[in-house]
Write a protein that binds this ligand. Structure first.
Ligand SMILES: [Zn+2]
Length: 126
C-alpha cells in the first residue's frame, strides 16, 4: 500500500500496485512505483465520468466569476462539447443567489465518495 496525490485537486490517494503476471521484473516494478517521490494519480472524484445530476466541487472557478468561490459545490445540469472537449454546466448556490457556469472537467471534481478506498493498479505486459 502506498500514498500518492491527485495532480488535479491535490488530495491524497491510497493505492496498491500489483503485477498481473508473476514475471520478476513486473513484481520489481510494482514494488518500486511511488518510492522516492509520491506518485501522481487522478483521484476518483477527478477521474469519474460525470453525468447530469452529479454533485461536484469547483476546484478552479473563473476569475471573472468571484461569486463562485473555490471549493463551491454545485450540480451538473448539462453537458456539451466545445472543440472536442466536454463542457459541464454546473448550477450552485452562493450566499444569497444561485449561480451557473460552464466548466471543463479539470475545473471540477465529483463529490461522490463511494470509491474513496484504495485504488488498485494492475501492471501487465502486452
Ligand atoms: Zn483529484
Amino acid at each position: 500500500m502506498a500514498y500518492g496525490y491527485c495532480p488535479n485537486c491535490r488530495c491524497g490517494v491510497r493505492y496498491r500496485v500489483s503485477p498481473q503476471h508473476r514475471a520478476p521484473w513486473l513484481a520489481e516494478l510494482a514494488a518500486e512505483v511511488g518510492r522516492g517521490e509520491a506518485a501522481a494519480l487522478l483521484c476518483y472524484g477527478c477521474w469519474k465520468p460525470l453525468e447530469i445530476g452529479d454533485g461536484v466541487e469547483v476546484l478552479d472557478p473563473p476569475f471573472w466569476r468571484p461569486e463562485i468561490g473555490g471549493r463551491a459545490k454545485g450540480t451538473v445540469t448539462g453537458i456539451s462539447r466545445d472543440d472536442g472537449h466536454a463542457v459541464y454546466l454546473v448550477e450552485g448556490q452562493a450566499a444569497c443567489s444561485p449561480w451557473n457556469c460552464r466548466f471543463y472537467r479539470t475545473q471540477i471534481k465529483a463529490l461522490e465518495a463511494a470509491a474513496a478506498g484504495t485504488v488498485r493498479l494492475i501492471l501487465r505486459a502486452d
